[in-house]
Design a protein around this ligand. Structure first.
Ligand code: FAD
Length: 523
């Protein structure tokens, strides 16, 4: 076994060619990897940790883990793998918040992207780009991007987020990056100015909408298949100091849907709509995770007598925010909020609101969910999550077939349901979305808790829900399929053809992101 990394006189580090475990790697690959001159290092120890992800469903350890210190390290590794081995694969890994082993490389090499750091905030742009931007390494977490931007360019921040910020820049840009700002700004992949990418051929390429644009759009939402994102330039825009964070309840799905769609249709008018629009299905019971007690900012603000007596097994929650600066505090702000809420048809006694800093709002899942779950030892449990995009024309059917029918009593995690505007998605990017102007993100974020339904039963439910979703022309987000035919169906004929062509162009040996289970390198 390798006994560590040797430091060369010039400060570079390399592994001892003869110390890699020959039983795992082919000899020739072993030698090629051993000859690599790296600024970071390659480790054959403790590779098991690199196979752990948030899902806790799959666990396929790699043979080695690269901790790169430069883009050249990443390129050199891929070139060595391409030239010396016929079966090794490489997976870039962020914090591993995938559900189904997407960032794993069975007996291959995992690149821990977090070892390459760097966030550069450019509030006035640079010679190439007049727009303000932040440039971050692919392994940086969004929470650090937010903190750095607010610190170095007060009043500016990226405009499109995910609900949870401890995800990596390269990880979400390989999928889409969706949250309550998507209706107005599009997903995170619609807000990227430029990428630095290492392709599956080991080439380092700077790409943007005007430079090497085919690679740029292939990589955005490309499930890691075409290149490893080592840097991304992200648009930054004015950000508020504070947000008014509001939660309003509904008992009628049609009314809830109509209000959500009305709000997102007014996206360009800040006087008519909010900055953030999401929705949830809430169980009509006292479950602390997703019953009605979970709705107010303090559970004692709600009692059973406040709920409509004729409500069905589920209720709906609209979550909205309005950003403001401290100088705006006063009657004008209050009048504005009142005016914006007036056309909505939520149950008037079931509206809850609080004011928090912009950072605290964006980081809410860490504070409200991760910290609490960890304290209760409920964070490190299997997470068989299912994310879908459902066309607006089918969402009512989805409500009656699934929300109301499948889970009448206990669910074990939140269910998200909120609409987005398709014209905010760039059709040149690789993410697959339904062919309809408005579609809903529907997320079943169920945790296999010791007290609740087991993993197998949740996976069975997921398969049933996915099948209904597909019949209703929906698409899986953060997709996971086993068979090639399923991938073809997911992409549709034209998008699949383009996806395969891009694979041939940018990763012809199918080295990258094997955990997505789309292409296979000599299994
Ligand atoms: P990983 O799991 O490490 O990797 C995911 C995939 O991307 C793998 O195939 C990997 O090989 C590839 N990859 C990783 N880094 C790179 C890179 N630099 N270049 C190329 N490919 C790379 N998603 C949303 O859209 N909205 C949400 O609100 C949201 N909330 C979430 C909340 C939680 C608690 C969790 C666990 C996940 C959430 N997600 C959300 C899903 C998240 O976007 C995905 O898990 C995504 O994969 C990012 O996770 P990661 O950075 O850990 O990537």
């Amino acid at each position: 076994e390798t006994r560590g990394v040797q430091a060369a006189a010039d400060g570079d580090k390399f592994i001892d060619a003869h110390s890699a475990p020959a039983c795992v790697l082919q000899d020739v690959a072993c030698t090629a990897l051993g000859l690599l001159k790296l600024k970071g290092y390659l480790s054959f120890h403790d590779t098991s940790a690199a196979a752990r992800d948030f899902g806790l469903i799959k666990h396929l350890p790699p043979a080695a883990v690269l901790y790169p210190n430069s883009v050249e390290d990443v390129a050199a590794l891929i070139r060595a793998v391409a030239s010396s081995s016929t079966n090794l694969t490489v997976a870039a890994k962020g914090p591993g918040h995938s559900i189904n082993g997407q960032a794993q490389a069975d007996k291959g090499i995992v690149i821990e992207m977090s070892s390459m750091r760097g966030i550069k905030v450019m509030p006035h742009g640079d010679d190439d780009c007049a727009l303000p931007f932040v440039e971050a390494s692919g392994g940086e977490l969004w929470v650090d991007v937010l903190e750095a931007t607010l610190k170095e360019a007060p009043g500016l921040a990226p405009n499109s987020w995910t609900d949870y910020l401890y995800l990596s820049v390269g990880g979400t840009l390989s999928n889409a990056g969706v949250s309550g700002q998507t209706f107005r700004h599009g997903p995170q992949i619609s807000n990227v100015l430029q990428l630095e990418v290492v392709t599956g051929k080991g080439e380092i390429v700077i790409c943007s909408p005007s430079k090497q644009s085919e690679l740029f759009y292939a990589v955005l939402g490309g499930l890691g298949q075409f290149g490893i994102i080592t840097k991304a330039r992200i648009i930054i825009e004015p950000a508020p100091e504070k947000v008014r964070w509001m939660r309003a309840m509904y008992s009628d799905f049609e009314v809830f849907k109509k209000d959500q769609e009305m709000l997102i249709s007014a996206m360009q008018d800040p006087l008519l709509t909010f900055d953030f629009i999401e929705g949830f299905v809430v169980m009509n019971n006292e479950d602390p995770t997703n019953g009605w007690k979970s709705v107010p900012f303090s559970p004692d603000q709600i009692t059973a007598s406040m709920l409509p007596p004729d409500a069905s097994s589920v209720l709906y929650l609209l979550e909205i925010t309005l950003g403001y600066n401290l100088v705006d505090v006063g009657p004008v702000l209050e009048e504005r909020v009142e005016k914006m809420l007036a056309p909505l048809n939520y149950i008037r006694s079931l509206m809850f609101s609080t004011d928090v800093s912009y950072f605290k709002f964006l980081n809410r899942i860490y504070d409200l969910v991760e910290v609490r779950s960890r304290a209760l030892k409920l964070w490190d449990v299997p997470h068989p999550w299912l994310n879908l995009f459902v066309p607006a024309s089918s969402i009512t059917t989805f409500d009656s077939l699934i929300f109301k029918e499948l889970f009448p009593v206990e669910f074990g995690g939140p269910i998200l349901v909120y609409p987005v505007n398709r014209d905010k998605w760039d059709s040149r990017a690789a993410t697959v979305v339904p062919d309809e102007e408005v579609f809903y993100l529907v997320a079943f974020l169920r945790n296999a808790l010791p007290s609740g339904p087991g993993l197998a039963s949740i996976l069975e439910d997921n398969a049933r829900i996915l099948s209904i979703c597909e019949q209703l022309r929906g698409k899986q987000y953060l997709p996971r399929y086993i068979e090639e035919a399923q991938w073809k169906q997911h992409f549709g004929a034209d998008q699949w053809r383009a996806f395969v062509q891009h694979k041939q162009m940018f990763d012809p040996q199918a080295i990258l992101a094997p955990g997505q289970n789309i292409f296979h390198r000599n299994p």
